[in-house]
Design a binder for this molecule. Structure first.
Ligand SMILES: Nc1ncnc2c1ncn2[C@@H]1O[C@H](COP(=O)(O)OP(=O)(O)OP(=O)(O)O)[C@@H](O)[C@H]1O
Length: 228
């Protein structure tokens, strides 16, 4: 599903953020990406989203070498990836329903498909009651669940979450994790970058640890730290 082959990333200022990264993530896996600040987690995600170019190596998404994809095809690549960020990034002037519907409108979905699909995903994240609310009328956890609904509404095979619980208290963070596990159980591959040690330790999923741009650990059913 996702394959990094000898990938390196050097920024224009000479900072080498990733060195010779090799990762293979299969369909349906749930993978935590951990590492201290500056380890290279966000850079790795930016390469997948094609927000940054790759300096060396190859990166495959669903069998396509995305390092060779021309710019005009980037939107098609992006459609295979649902993305959730720490800061939710909802549109403030749209309701919950409209925020989720908008993700379908921009890919040209029919009004009928939108009317059918949006209530389904809102119920998956337990937000049916809040469909007409605006983001500023919601708690942080609810806003993040809207953002998750939006990220999966077009059925992407892969969901990328960059520190999705970073702004949330522990109970709310657990609700978000339940939503992500639910989505993973329905077959979506999940890659989540996080500093949330307790969450990683309690879930016992695959853990890939980065340090100074290198993979120092890749463990099935791992913990946040090597000793855990
Ligand atoms: N646009 C950029 N230009 C130059 N250097 C950058 C740029 N973005 C990140 N870096 C550098 O690349 C390295 C990796 O940064 P990155 O943001 O990927 O780390 P991270 O693991 O996501 O950290 P955090 O947990 O704080 O988000 C750091 O040394 C950082 O300073």
């Amino acid at each position: 599903m996702i394959r990094f082959v000898n990938v390196s990333k050097e920024y224009k200022n000479g900072v080498i953020a990733l060195y010779d990264i090799n990762i293979e993530i299969n369909k349906g896996e749930f993978v935590f990406l951990v590492g201290s600040s500056g380890a290279g987690k966000s850079t790795l995600i930016k390469l997948l989203l094609k927000e940054e170019g790759i300096t060396r190596g190859k990166l495959y998404l669903n069998g396509t070498d995305i390092t060779r994809v021309p710019n005009r095809r980037i939107p098609f690549i992006r459609r295979q990836l649902g993305v959730v960020f720490q800061d939710f990034r909802l549109l403030p002037n749209k309701t919950v329903y409209e925020n989720v519907a908008f993700a379908m409108e921009i890919i040209g979905a029919s009004p009928r498909a939108i009317r059918r699909r949006v209530p389904t995903v809102l119920s998956m994240v337990d937000l049916s009651r809040k469909a007409s609310s605006y983001p500023d009328q919601l708690s942080g956890g609810e806003q993040q669940r809207v953002s998750i609904a939006r990220s999966i509404v077009n059925n992407p095979p892969v969901l990328i979450a960059d520190e999705p619980t970073g702004n949330l208290d522990p109970d709310t963070a657990n609700d978000i994790m339940k939503a992500l596990v639910d989505i993973n159980n329905r077959g979506t591959t999940v890659l989540m970058a996080t500093h949330a040690k307790e969450i990683v330790n309690s879930m016992r999923k695959r853990v890939i640890a980065l340090e100074n741009g290198r993979i120092i650990r890749d463990e099935e059913k791992g913990g946040y730290d090597i000793e855990s």
